[in-house]
Design a binder for this molecule. Structure first.
Ligand code: FE2
Ligand code: FE2
Length: 472
């Protein structure tokens, strides 16, 4: 049974009506969620938005598209289909049947992993809440809201697990997920990058490219989990997540495209006065979002993560496609480090301890694809400039390089050199003010702001000038 039951107050494909206690618990959390959505969700008043809603978890036709009032969006609980005879793919429980219940000895670790993942979902909605006021087009506005409602659904996905499998502690954690807020002094979100603001659309596209992509990789490790309900939840979330990546990738494509047009048209790199975003500013935003997203992977070495792996709680990216023993007890890897003489280098550690680095490496490779894509746009326009990912040691607050400063090329710097140079590598107040000055809303059908090119295609086969959003 994969189709969602929409007759329930909470749409779901987990037979919620068969477990009255759980159903009641979630139904009493629902108004709190809506209160949170009303007070912390999108601020732009809208009548309705052309949104997709998940209706099925199968391969085909899993989503329904239509205009809906956002507050009436059917946030639901959807798990990917159960795989017959699924077995643990790694760690000490390898080849044992996966778990349908939480083993007592891993209860607190699993709960922690779910809470950390769950905390990021509403955080990004909070970070993006004011962006509707400056959307470059109705198409973009619709994409923003699509991402927002789906992050809301991802919160539901994690809250379901907390309620269904973690008893009272889980219910308390579910409440806390609505009480913490991005950027709050008293109760901030758990991870640093989720307390940064997303004040403009360039930041939004960078966020959906780099930070949502971190989410993709974290979900990828949880999808491997021996705790089957977590695995199935994450598998379905990844499906929705790919649209968020698309928004980021194509958003930056379109900014680069427009910048190049202005460069050609005015025969200058300095397209700022012509209403564009200069490549140098794009590079600085990229540097910022990439480096804070790298922080989300944690330290290069971590015994906790090694233990999660051995216990079967969280695997590697594409675990089943790896050609090794899937226990890693005798393997070693090189990870980034500051060497004994204070240089940026590498060191050899046990593979289990280096698993954060393994995931980060996969992530970096994926990030590079976007950069190549954007550079192709520059190349095809005959521009010599190129965008690039900064060195892993650049602008880090977490891990081996937190205590040092480095250029985007990975050259070590004194604090003084860093202070003098950072305005060349990270967005300055002048850059941010310029970008924000371009952020004026364009709400007419088929029109678009001057700093970004229109998309090549609309959503779900609709044209770009479709009425994606009705404002109120
Ligand atoms: Fe998400
Ligand atoms: Fe996302």
């Amino acid at each position: 049974m994969t189709a969602a039951d929409y007759s329930d107050k909470i749409p779901n494909n987990v037979d919620l009506h068969e477990d009255r206690r759980l159903q009641r618990a979630l139904e009493s959390w629902q108004p709190n969620f809506l209160r949170w959505w009303d007070s912390m969700g999108p601020t732009l008043p809208t009548e309705d938005v052309y949104l997709r809603t998940a209706v099925n978890v199968g391969r085909e036709g899993w989503a329904h598209f239509g205009h809906v009032a956002m507050r009436d969006y059917r946030w639901g609980i959807f798990l990917a289909d159960r795989k017959h005879d699924r077995r643990v793919a790694f760690g000490q429980h390898r080849n044992e049947p996966v778990w349908q219940k939480v083993p007592g000895e891993y209860r607190s670790e699993l709960q922690r992993l779910i809470v950390i993942q769950g905390d990021t979902e509403p955080a990004s909605v909070e970070q993006q809440r004011n962006l509707g006021a400056t959307a470059p087009s109705l198409y973009d506005l619709r994409n923003l809201f699509q991402v927002n409602v789906e992050e809301g659904r991802h919160l539901w996905a994690m809250v379901y697990l907390l309620h269904a499998y973690f008893g009272r502690d889980g219910r308390e954690e579910a409440e806390e997920l609505l009480h913490r807020n991005s950027g709050s002094e008293e109760a901030p979100r758990i991870l640093g990058a989720f307390n940064e603001e997303t004040p403009d659309w360039l930041s939004f596209f960078m966020f959906t490219y780099f930070t949502d992509r971190d989410g993709k990789y974290q979900l990828g490790t949880l999808k491997e989990s021996a705790f089957d309900p977590l695995s199935r939840t994450c598998e379905f979330m990844l499906k929705e997540e790919s649209h968020h990546m698309f928004v980021g990738t194509t958003g930056i494509d379109r900014v680069v495209e427009r910048t190049v047009q202005l460069m050609v048209e005015h025969d200058t790199d300095d397209v700022g006065p012509h209403g564009g975003i200069p490549l140098t500013v794009l590079q600085k935003y990229l540097n910022f979002h990439y480096s804070v997203s790298l922080d989300l992977f944690g330290s290069e070495t971590s015994t906790n993560v090694g233990n999660y792996y051995t216990s079967g709680l969280k695997g590697r990216w594409s675990e089943e496609r790896r050609h090794d023993d899937h226990t890693l007890t005798n393997d070693s890897v090189m990870v980034d480090a500051v060497t004994a003489d204070g240089e940026i280098g590498q060191t050899e550690v046990a593979a289990l301890v280096g698993l954060n680095s393994d995931l980060r490496r996969e992530y970096i490779g994926d990030c590079q694809n976007g950069v190549n894509r954007w550079n192709r746009i520059l190349d095809e326009a005959g521009m010599p400039q190129r965008l690039r990912l900064p060195h892993v040691a650049f602008n880090r607050k977490v891990g081996a390089f937190a205590g040092i400063e480095a250029t985007p090329d990975g050259k070590g710097l004194t604090t003084e050199e860093w202070e003098r140079g950072k305005g060349r590598w990270l967005p300055t107040d002048v850059d941010k003010t310029h970008v924000r000055s371009l952020m004026r809303p364009v709400y007419e059908r088929g029109r678009i702001a001057a700093w970004i090119a229109p998309p090549r295609q609309g959503i779900n086969g609709k044209p770009f000038d479709y009425d994606y959003v009705h404002l109120s």
